[in-house]
Design a protein around this ligand. Structure first.
Ligand SMILES: *Cc1c(COP(=O)(O)O)cnc(C)c1O
Length: 425
């Protein structure tokens, strides 16, 4: 599909007059649209809840918008738990889907009343130790069935190579041990493929987990009240990629629910998701300006953002569509590499990309950066994190995080008598 920015050039230049590039810009209307479409797609399941994967876009303004739309938080660390709590998200509206978890995070999650999702069998003992034997009444466990995960058109994930989750045997053993510790209600979670481009990922995963739930009920007599389909629904990063049909995905899960759970007399099971990418990626962009052009063996556009702002192209060779603002309808006959300033050759947002004739001063809109974008940022070469801005539904633009300063970068020398002056720069 033709990819269009959610803002026009005139408006974006006006934003730039107040907020220097580079910055992240999020579209509140699109965030709400996506949350509503997801909730609608699963409205057949009365207990359905999306636990937004906080790591995708850990900004309290964004998390609060999602909370207004009925979403909870999926957290993996104490820091993410603190962010959820600051947004008023507590209790069973938090899912701790962590791994390699320190005891203090279990204590923090338990203090908030969060649902705890155990990644491994030995975590049963860790949880018992961390909470002094006082386990919550409801616990979720993460299963990894191994092998490859297939959709209708082939393999889409390789759980056998993933560090996450426990085997089916271990899941059964974990449930038995948890029963002995007084747990009465169980959840099952799995995340078997990432950025999936097919609408049968969730339905197939759901069927697998539903069948597992029926088996465990039959073998152990436990009550499974929650199935967590986790993240993994993809987005159309490339114009030619299919966009996920969330209504069709919800309907596919409903069919599996009828076929397996309702048929087994388990029609009270709640479904939940932990989407990050699908919820936020298309609702955010990295905005950057062309500040140099250089022609050697290739034609390079140097921009004022770099891989430290958006790491996905550098580490995954990920495609992010780029629009040259104001040139949306011009032909794209030129071939450019779009690069940042890091002293690292992988600092390239695009290789051999067909773009309109582009000049110094042009604004670039790097699409689909709203999830796993800002949050994966880093500080290499003394790069500072950018600001984050929110395009509100009324058309105003609000800064929802200021840009880092050098003082922030040097802040952790503040207790060092020799270099503490840096922390004031
Ligand atoms: C990363 C992650 C998610 C979100 O994944 P997306 O691909 O962004 O949907 C959800 N749950 C867990 C446990 C994760 O690690």
């Amino acid at each position: 599909m033709d990819k269009r920015p959610f803002i026009n050039k005139e408006k974006l230049e006006a934003v730039c007059a107040e907020h220097p590039t580079p910055f992240y810009l999020y579209d509140e209307a699109e965030i709400r649209r996506r949350a509503r479409a997801l909730n609608q797609a699963f409205s057949w399941n009365p207990g359905f809840k999306e636990y937004f994967a906080v790591k995708a876009t850990p900004n309290p303004w964004i998390v609060s918008i999602l909370a207004e739309e009925g979403c909870g938080c999926d957290c993996a660390t104490g820091t993410e738990l603190a962010l959820a709590e600051a947004c008023g998200v507590t209790g069973a509206d938090i899912m701790l889907s962590s791994n390699d978890t320190p005891d203090e995070d279990y204590r923090q999650a338990s203090g908030l009343g969060a649902i705890i999702n155990l990644d491994s069998l030995d975590m049963v003992g860790c949880l018992e130790r961390a909470l002094g034997g006082e386990l919550p009444k409801m616990v979720c466990c993460r299963v990894n069935p191994g092998g490859n995960f297939e959709a209708a058109n082939g393999i889409i994930g390789n759980p056998q190579d993933a560090k996450f989750g426990m085997t089916r045997e271990q899941l059964k053993e974990a449930f038995s041990r948890l029963v002995a510790l007084g747990v009465e209600d169980f959840g099952i979670h799995a995340f078997l493929a990432s950025n999936t481009q097919v609408d049968d990922y969730y339905p197939r995963l759901a069927r697998l987990l539903f069948e597992e739930a029926v088996r465990l009920r039959d073998k152990l007599g436990v009550h499974v009240g929650l199935i967590d389909l986790s993240g993994g629904i993809g987005v159309d990063y490339r114009p030619e990629d299919p966009a996920a049909d969330i209504a069709a995905i919800g309907e596919g899960v409903r069919q599996a629910y009828e076929d397996v759970l309702v048929a087994a007399g388990m029609g009270d099971v709640k479904i939940c998701s932990e989407l990050g990418r699908w919820m936020l990626a298309p609702a955010g962009a990295l905005v950057t300006r062309v500040i140099h052009e250089k022609v050697t063996y290739k034609d390079y556009l140097g921009v004022d953002a770099c891989a430290a702002n958006l790491m996905r192209p550098a580490i995954y060779d990920a495609y992010h569509h780029i629009t040259v603002m104001g040139k949306e309808d011009e032909p794209a006959p030129r071939v450019y590499n779009v690069v940042g300033r890091l002293c690292e050759n992988n600092d390239q947002f695009a290789h051999d990309r067909m773009l309109p004739e582009t000049t110094i001063g042009d604004l670039l809109f790097i699409h689909d950066a709203g999830a796993h974008g800002f949050s994966m940022g880093y500080n290499y070469n003394g790069s500072l994190r950018s600001a984050e801005l929110l395009l509100r539904e009324d058309g105003s633009v609000q800064r929802i995080r200021r840009a880092e300063t050098r003082a922030d970068y040097f802040a952790t020398f503040d207790d060092d008598p020799r270099f503490s002056s840096l922390a004031q720069k």
